[in-house]
Design a binder for this molecule. Structure first.
Ligand code: ZN
Length: 270
């Protein structure tokens, strides 16, 4: 990852990092992935690849004066739901909470004002939410955001039915996006359709009244969805929506004082 206008924090010397931290609205973003099976047709590093590449393009498009720096991709994630398909890596939840703290603490101490965890893996949304809440509690002056790559307004509406409903993992959306971004990483001839079972009315695997699903409960190939109709056109549409959506969110964040943080005086009063 090497956006043209915004350097990574690790590419600066320590006096430069010190200066960056004291900029008004200074913000650091960390792309976060996971090394986990993505069916027989996509690579293990799919989630991190998407998070990093979309973030890179967003950073390319952000005006250079905006105070944002980034750290390298954290490629090892929390993915116990994908165990059992060859080699799948997962962190312990406690390790990952500690890892977020290890990143946040020095940033907060240096004076950075915001940390964005830019996450590509759906299975660790809630863990990163917990990490963000915990870290903000320890470092109240650091605004902490846990953002999920696919959580862009209007994005899911672009995925046609019935695939949209069935697309939990390595299905139409992820396969199409990879066909657009890196077709050499897709082995479409190996893709196996395995849509998830339909839940009883009002219940779900994800969404309202969800279940803690593991892929082995649902699939023999590791795919939970129907990737065989994946196509470059849909991938391009998803990619542009992702980039535009995140460009808007990052621009809004960087031009605002968001999120609200307690003042020193108000914590003194309590
Ligand atoms: Zn994932």
């Amino acid at each position: 990852m090497n956006p043209e206008q915004h350097p990574g924090l690790h590419q600066l010397s320590w006096p430069e990092v010190k200066r960056a931290a004291t900029c008004d609205s200074s913000t650091v973003v960390v792309p976060w992935g996971s090394l986990e099976q993505h069916g027989p047709h996509l690579p293990l590093g799919t989630d991190g690849f998407f998070a990093e590449k979309v973030l890179q393009q967003v950073l390319n498009l952000l005006p250079p004066q905006l105070p944002i720096w980034w750290l390298p991709l954290q490629s090892l994630g929390f993915a116990p739901e994908h165990q059992g398909f060859g080699v799948s890596f997962t962190q312990q939840a406690e390790t990952m909470l500690a890892q977020v703290e290890a990143i946040a603490k020095p940033l907060a101490q240096a004076g950075f004002q915001r940390l964005v965890l830019f996450n590509g893996h759906g299975g660790q949304i809630s863990l990163l939410d917990v990490a963000a809440r915990q870290v903000h509690g320890r470092h109240p002056q650091l605004g902490v955001h846990s953002w999920f790559l696919w959580d862009v307004e209007g994005l899911l509406e672009l995925i046609p039915e019935p695939e949209g409903r069935e697309d939990l993992h390595a299905g139409l959306a992820e396969t199409s996006l990879m066909l657009h971004m890196a077709p050499e990483l897709v082995q479409l001839e190996r893709a196996v359709p395995e849509p998830p079972p339909a839940p009883p009315p009002g219940l779900s695997l994800e969404g309202r009244c969800p279940s803690a699903w593991h892929t082995m409960d649902l699939s023999r190939s590791g795919t939970v969805g129907t990737p065989q109709r994946a196509n470059v056109a849909l991938g391009a549409t998803l990619y542009h929506k992702l980039v535009q959506g995140w460009l808007t969110s990052f621009t809004t964040l960087l031009q605002s004082p968001w999120p609200p943080r307690r003042s020193i005086e108000s914590s003194d009063r309590i």
